[in-house]
Design a protein. Structure first.
Length: 176
């Protein structure tokens, strides 16, 4: 896994969603639907082995197991009434090896709704909320072998996190 960091504001603004899509802040009423999306958006057994485990993981996220969940910085994209993409952000991640800034703990898109700019829209929307709250950076983790995700994050200004210099997070080379 690679930890990535982007300074805010990102070099792009939220794109316009395609017709038929809407975005709103995630809330606790979304537990089951977002859990199902999380389970179905990932390869079988990658994130969670069962739908129940996926829902439990979303509950754990909402309850702060991965840091204080930031609902306002965790938008969900709807197609009709169904969530088809989501980003989940915490104010600070609980892990020692990540930057001390808001952290995107998950980003997932339903397979049938990929390649439409939804993930880009979610990341940029979350980043705008984070920046509006006075934060100057946002971080996330990505599988080093996930080329499409790495390209997306690189296009949004994320770079590999290399630690701190005593004054705050520093960056390594930009993503390619």
């Amino acid at each position: 896994m690679l930890t990535l960091l982007a300074n805010l504001p990102l070099p792009v603004t939220p794109s316009v969603l395609p017709d038929g899509y809407a975005v709103r802040e995630m809330d606790r009423e979304d537990l089951e639907a977002v859990g199902r999306l999380y389970f179905e958006a990932n390869e079988p057994g990658v994130a969670c082995a069962t739908l129940g485990e996926a829902v439990d993981d979303i509950v754990a996220s909402f309850d702060g197991e991965y840091g204080e969940f930031w609902f306002e910085a965790s938008p969900v994209v709807l197609h009709g009434d169904d969530p088809v993409a989501a980003v989940m952000t915490v104010r600070r991640a609980p892990w020692d090896d990540v930057p001390d800034c808001p952290f995107i703990i998950e980003l997932f898109t339903d397979r049938a709704h990929r390649r439409q700019g939804l993930a880009c829209h979610l990341i940029t929307s979350a980043a705008e909320t984070i920046r509006s709250a006075g934060e100057t950076a946002v971080a996330l983790r990505v599988d080093a072998a996930n080329g499409p995700a790495r390209r997306l994050y690189g296009s949004l200004g994320f770079a590999v996190f290399s630690g701190t210099d005593g004054r705050g997070p520093t960056l390594l080379a930009p993503m390619s």
